[in-house]
Structure formats: structure tokens, C-alpha cells
Design a binder for this molecule. Sequence first.
Ligand code: ADP
Length: 495
Amino acid sequence: MKIIHVASEFSPFAKAGGLGDVTFGLARQQVQDGHEVFVILPKYDIIDTSKFESCEIYLQNLWSYEDGVEFHNTVYKATYEGITLFLIEPHHNSYYFNKGLIYGAINDTERFLYFCRVTTDFLNHQKFSGFILNLHDWPTAAIIPLIRFLAPKVNESASSIIFTVHNMEHQGRIHPKFLSRIGLNGADFLTKNKMQDPQSEKLINLLKGAITYSDQIITVSPTYAKEIQTPEYSFGLTSTIEKFRTKLHGILNGIETNTWNPKTDPYLAHHFPANSTYIDDIIAQKKKNKKDLFNKLGLKPKGKGPLIICVSRIASQKGPEMILQAIKTTEKQGGSFILLGSICEPGLQSPFMKAYETYKDNPNVHMCFEFDEELAHQLFASADAIFIPSKFEPCGLTQIISMRYGTVPIGRNTGGLKDTIFDFSKQNATGFIFDKLSASCVDDTLDRVFEIYKHDQTHWKKLMQNGINRDASWAPAAALYEKIYQNCNVEEIKR
Ligand code: ADP
């Protein structure tokens, strides 16, 4: 199959969160499964092109359009791990992708709508035939109406257009004039059956457009596929999801098992033993990593409690109040806590800075507000447990990565956390699950964690072992994606 992904992130070159892991991991698995795989990505200035196996100019002058003006773009062709990437560099007076970031510019709407328009023009120019087009999240959503209404040849030659929803919260609610800027008449789409936002009738909703005009919709876990059919999780799109329910599928993400491999991880000084699955050998290596980590961060914990980590975007989705609660309780109970979190919402700056001030000289607590890939790997390899109190979690990757690194997940009973963490009280348990986002529920859960960690190491080791034994690879998910691409009988995975 010829598969073309279009995305705003691709790990390790352009990663802000799980989306980057997913586009790379899925594409790489599809290459291994014998497919011809392409990824179209903006050529952000933060991409280090020297890390590609090759990277050269492919098209010098690709013309595209915005607001009545034609702009030219250079397309680079790069290869990485068997994947062919097309990187789009606009020669545009707004320097859309030269801002030192992926998201967070004041004109993100214009930046990604322009990317959608150039990508459509690129597909039109290339005259690919018989390909699967897989788009990811709101930054690529406008490509579907653009193809359906402005690019008849692409529309005809694409065998199927698939839209993967990684997060329903971010929908691209925009004034119709922004759609008009890229060549679609925004006013025409402002109807209930098209792209009108269900909550603000004067706005266009890009995610709704992608759901409406795609052939199939995939979301990233079976539980999230069910949850987004309810008002609590659909962020206003319940009736749209309900209308297109028959084309919705929930497929649990995998992780890229070469990148996330504790036996070879280049960021670690002490690897898990290559030929032993004996848990005590693994624990011995984890202890060495933990010692190095404590030295690196200047921590000197005295208590006998576990090291609990949190590696996360700091956003309301991720249960920020509960993260602060867990730090407080862990410290009080004689454990240590390391938070690695990138603050994504201005309103969360103040409570986390306050907490930073409280704990900055505490030998049991460390808080780092950077995006630090190396530290993330070292945390997964050193910790005893990871805390993930999400309000909603489409899939969540940190619990999947953690289990592979022998770190026990403590997560809220939602989305992909529910699908991957089996509570201590159940058979084949891999961690701890809790229901409520309340301080008392977090404290009760941490009581259970401390109790097992301190007094029942046999069971703790079993949790670790079950997590390590789990198949975290992309292979099962990629097989399901393939079925959907083929539009074959997918009843068994329909939600
Ligand atoms: P989301 O995509 O909602 O941010 P996921 O759990 O699906 O959450 O994926 C998060 C990914 O981003 C993981 O690979 C995690 O290790 C990484 N990550 C999150 N925050 C940071 C950070 N501050 N530094 C380094 N890596 C991070």
C-alpha cells in the first residue's frame, strides 16, 4: 500500500507530545509491514535536518495560495528509518514555520491552514494514485474539505481518506474568513450539516469538517472511542460523532519499541540486561539509574518510599491540581517525586511556580518545567511509579512507556489509561487505577501504593513484570489500521 500521513509532529524531529511519537511509530511499523510510507510535515526551523539519513530539495517552486495571493514553497525530501518525508517550507512573508516552536504562535490558525492548503496543492501537483491519506488532528483537518471541494483529481485518486483524532479538545474553531483565505468559501460551510460549530453558530469547526468529510475516523483507544460519544468528552461534538458513529474506530496506540527500549536506550548509563527477564536483575539496573539521576538532580531522599514521577504537558487535561496533591502526599509519606512538565496554559504558571518555590530546597522533590527528552528517558528508567491523573486521556503514552521500563503506572480510570492499566486488585494487574479527581482519592491511592511498595515487594515485582511483559509494539495497532485502510469488514473493531 502507498500510505501518506500528514501531521504537525514527527518524533524525534518535531515533537511536542504524544502525537510526534505516534506518527513516527505508526509510520515505521507500516514500513516494516512492507508498505510505502510518506509523511508530509511543515519544515519547522527547529528540525535538525542533519539527523535525517538524506535530505535534499525535491521541488523548488510549489505554488500555493492564501488570501488572493500566490506564494511559492520549497519541498524537501528526506528519508528516515525507511520513511520518506516531504518537508514544506513556505516562502511567505509571515515566516509561518520559522518561529522556534511547533505550537503557540499567535497565528497558529493561519499557519496550519496554510500548511493544509500547500499540502493539498502538493498532492495535486504530484498526481499520486491509489494512495491512502491519513491525517492527524486539527492542524491537518482542513485538508479533507479542501480535497473534497477544490481538488477533484486528488479526491478521485485517494483510495481512502482517514482522519485520526488524537484529542477532541483541540478542534480549530475559527471565523469563516480563515477558511476563505485558503480558497474555500467559509460562509458556504457555515451550516449544521457542514462545518458550523455546534456551540457558536458563527464559527467554523475544523474537526467537525474532518469528521464529516473523511471516509473513516480512528481514535486512539477503544475506551476513548466510547467516551467521545458522550457530552462529557466530546467537547460539543456529540451529535456529529453520533451521526458518523459507523465510521468511528478505537485503536490503542503502540510505542516505537526501538526508541523506547531499556536494553539499548542511548540516554541510559545502565541498560536492562539483554538476556535476562529476571526481575531482580532489572531492579538492580533501575537502582543504578536512580542513583545517577539523584546525583544529577541533586536529590538526597532519606525516606524508604518509592520514587514517583510525572512526565507530562501541564494542562487542565492532565489534572494539574492532582499532580500538586500527589507531590505533597508523596513527600509527606517519605517518598520522592520528580515532575518533568511543560506548562502549556498561562493560568497554570502561577500554582506551579508557587509549588516550585515551596519545594526548591527539599531533598525529596524536583520540578523541571522544560521539554527534556533525555531526562524523560532517564526518569522512566529510574522511577518506581508514574502518576497520571488525567481528566481525560485519549490514549496516553507515558503509562505504556513506563511499563516497558519497569515503572508502575498510577492512573485515572479514563480513555487509554483504562485500557492499559489493570488495577492491583485485578488479575494480571499492571498498576493502580483510581476514579475520582479529588485530593482524598489521590491520597487513598497513594496509601495503597506505599503499602504495597513497602510491605509487599512480591506483589510489587509482579506488577512490574506484568507491565514489562506486555506487548507495547505498534504491530497489533498497525494491523488494525491496515484493515480500515482496506475498508474491509471491520465490524469487530467498530464501536
Ligand atoms: P500528550 O500527547 O497528551 O501530551 P501522551 O502521554 O500521549 O500525552 O504523550 C506524551 C509524550 O510526550 C511522551 O513521549 C512523553 O515522554 C513526552 N513528554 C511530555 N512532556 C514532556 C517533557 N516535559 N519533556 C520530555 N518529554 C515529554
